[in-house]
Design a protein around this ligand. Sequence first.
Ligand code: NAP
Length: 283
Amino acid sequence: MTIIIDGKEISKKILAEIKAETKLLYDKYEVKPGLAVIIVGEDPASKIYVKKKRQTCESLGFYSESYDLDENISEKELLNLISDLNNEPSIHGILVQLPLPKHLNEKKILEFIDYEKDVDAFHPINQANLFSGEPSILPCTPFGIIELLKRYEIKIEGKHAVIIGRSNIVGKPLSLMLLKENATVTICHSKTNNLSYFTKQADILISAVGKPEFIKADMVKENSVIIDVGINRLDTGKLVGDIDFENVKDKTYAITPVPGGVGPMTISMLMKNTLITCKKLSF
Ligand code: NAP
């Protein structure tokens, strides 16, 4: 029987653990994890993500500040706000929702966030720490994937993990995290020749491409573990991952569905990062 990895359930458990620890922190030290969420402009998808993050903060008993900024805000104004938040002791995490409007230099803005409050882990210092094998803050989606594997007691050490996708937010950091867990890691991308040669060798296959039903049953190894990071909206409105789930699932030992797999983990790990930075900065 294939294990369907229930990211929704694990995510709920993690949030419950965070909530309990938040209460303890407050009862004992009157400290609350504080997250500032900044959104610039009116991108509808970004607005939904930000709303969910704010609601989750509230449900956990976090302190949160919201900044809905005008599309035309200047870079200087945004940097001034970040500077204030960097210096604000009640704020332990600063999140700038991406993408930003074109006139704003994304790299410059993300690098301006105090790396100790960089709960998305996009700052070069956090990336470098991950690279050196001594991570400080972990990027949320890869962190969620590792957590899913661990909570399902899926052995990583010694396994061949094949990642499809080399983005800075998923593929690259995940490769370093799996390496730290002693997996043998292969990274594939759009220029990889004979992709299925690699995918068929994977004990753990992670797809972060963004193409519906991209991975077919004949591309995966029997009894492998499949993690589907892809989020693709079909013309019918249906949400699907990168894996041809119905045809692949019976061949696998365990697989994440879309929706309800990796997706719900990302926000939980953001909250976990805020709790971690709160403890680090408060004591
Ligand atoms: P991205 O920056 O667009 O990266 C996509 C990667 O896929 C690139 O490395 C690209 O290769 C590779 N690729 C494209 N076509 C390919 C092909 N035919 N064969 C092999 N590799 C191919 O995307 P991302 O930000 O990492 O996101 C990937 C997917 O995950 C998207 O669907 C996104 O919505 C989803 N996502 C989900 C979560 C979550 O919380 N569940 C979080 C983040 C992202 P090149 O580098 O050569 O272009």
